[in-house]
Structures are given as structure tokens and as C-alpha cells.
Design a protein around this ligand. Structure first.
Ligand code: CDP
Length: 230
């Protein structure tokens, strides 16, 4: 069966990763969470003192080091989900903290960071058979993807989902802090100069505000079958 490329973009915390991971597992495709790669670079900056006291990024230093930062994924055998490694160390839980969430959009707005990560993402997708989620996958990384989805939901619903997810992991978080973070990242992601978040002209919009995970899974599977002619 011919393999295709599936690009899933959309706003923060709208459940893109859940649907992308589930689909990839079901159809035997590789899944890549491009947001995890921007999060890993952000964690690198935190741990290597590359944030200035005013909260901005020391971009001159990061630019010198960007090509030496190694990001990879390993499969967690128990969950059969990929986990993110930074320079060979599993950082999956460390990249999901509020500290990283509150800084990642600044790092992701830097042109040289995007160039380096987009190059790696395109390399990963060369053989097709890939589901990648992010902000610019259908517009920049894989403009020729056979299936492009643009996911959205109201900011309150997205914040509630993220709140439930972090709570379930035992993290102490406030709903208001998460809502502010979701709205602030949406703003930075949509207004940045390099590859801003926008729907590709040929993407299908999915507003999943009132959909269950099972319903959206079914919806996506149908779209896949249509696009792949199976
Ligand atoms: O929190 P959520 O899962 O929605 O976000 P994410 O997919 O982990 O992405 C974290 C951040 O990385 C986003 O808010 C964007 O600033 C940035 N990002 C990006 O600029 N381009 C991508 N392809 C993916 C993520």
C-alpha cells in the first residue's frame, strides 16, 4: 500500500498529539512530535543558562550550539509511545513542565532554531509513512503532504484538557496559569515573523471542542482512508 505523509497542525493543547500518536500506531506509521523538539531545545537553554536575566534567549550563544544539540526519540515499550531524548538522555517528563511551556514559544520564534529543526524533520519524513504534528508542518515542513489537518478548540477547553493532563501526572498547576500560557503561546505562535501558525490552504479544519477522543480518532481514520485511497 502506498505510504503518505500526514501533517497535523493547530493551536496549543488541542489534542493534536493524542490523535496523531493513536493514528500512527494504528496504521503502522512513524509519529514525530515536532513540538517536543522545540521543547527539548528550550530545556537545553534552561539547563545551560542560555536565558538572559530579562527572560530573553541568549540567541548568539544558542546559534553557535544549535547544530550540536542532538534530539532523538526512543520507544517506551510499556506505553508503545515515543519519548524525547536530549543528547541521549530521556527528557520526556522534563520537557512537559510549565517552566518549559512558558518559554518554548520564544525559542521557537528564532529563525535559526526553526531552520535546524525543520531540516531534521524533513529528513525524518523522507520515506513518507509519517504522522507529524506541530504548527508549520503542512505549511513549511511538508507542504506536499497528502493529508493536512488543522485542529482547533476554544482556549478554555484546551486549558482544561492541559490542566487535567498535568494534574493526572501529579504536577501542581493553576487553571488560570495554564489558560494564560495557552493564550500567550497562541499569540506568539500566530504573530511571529518566521513560519507563523496558520492553516495551510489545503488543510481540513477539525474543531474538536465538543468531540470525545474516540470520536476524533474515528474522524481522523476516515480522513486517512480517504487520502490514502484504502
Ligand atoms: O503544548 P502543546 O502540546 O500544544 O505544544 P507543543 O506541540 O508541545 O509545542 C510547544 C511549542 O513549540 C508551541 O507553542 C510552539 O511555540 C512551538 N512549535 C513550533 O513553533 N512549531 C512546531 N512545529 C511545533 C511547536
Amino acid at each position: 500500500m502506498k505510504k503518505i505523509t500526514i501533517a497535523i497542525d493547530g493551536f496549543s493543547s488541542c489534542g493534536k498529539s493524542t490523535m496523531a500518536k493513536d493514528l500512527a500506531k494504528e496504521i503502522g506509521y512513524i509519529y514525530i512530535d515536532s513540538g517536543a523538539m522545540y521543547r527539548a531545545v528550550t530545556l537545553y537553554c534552561i539547563e545551560n543558562n542560555l536565558f538572559n536575566p530579562d527572560g530573553s534567549v541568549n540567541s548568539a550563544e544558542l546559534e553557535k550550539r544549535i547544530d550540536s544539540i542532538r534530539i532523538s526519540f526512543v520507544l517506551n515499550k510499556e506505553t508503545s509511545r515515543p519519548e524525547t531524548c536530549l543528547d541521549g538522555v530521556n527528557v520526556e517528563s522534563r520537557i512537559r513542565t510549565m517552566d518549559v511551556s512558558s518559554r518554548v514559544s520564544l525559542v521557537a520564534a528564532l529563525g535559526f532554531v526553526r531552520e535546524a529543526l525543520v531540516r531534521q524533520q524533513q529528513e525524518m519524513g523522507k520515506a513518507k509513512g509519517i504522522v507529524m504534528d506541530g504548527r508549520d508542518i503542512g505549511t513549511v515542513v511538508f507542504p506536499d503532504a497528502e493529508l493536512k489537518i488543522f485542529v482547533t478548540a476554544s482556549a478554555e477547553i484546551r486549558a482544561q484538557r492541559r490542566y487535567d493532563e498535568l494534574k493526572a501526572k501529579g504536577q501542581e498547576v493553576s487553571f488560570d496559569e495554564i489558560l494564560n500560557n495557552v493564550q500567550e503561546r497562541d499569540r506568539i505562535d500566530q504573530t511571529r515573523e518566521v513560519s507563523p501558525l496558520r492553516k495551510a490552504d489545503d488543510a481540513i479544519v477539525l474543531d474538536n471542542s465538543n468531540m470525545t477522543i474516540a470520536e476524533q480518532k474515528e474522524w481522523l481514520k476516515n480522513e486517512f482512508q480517504r487520502a490514502a485511497n484504502v
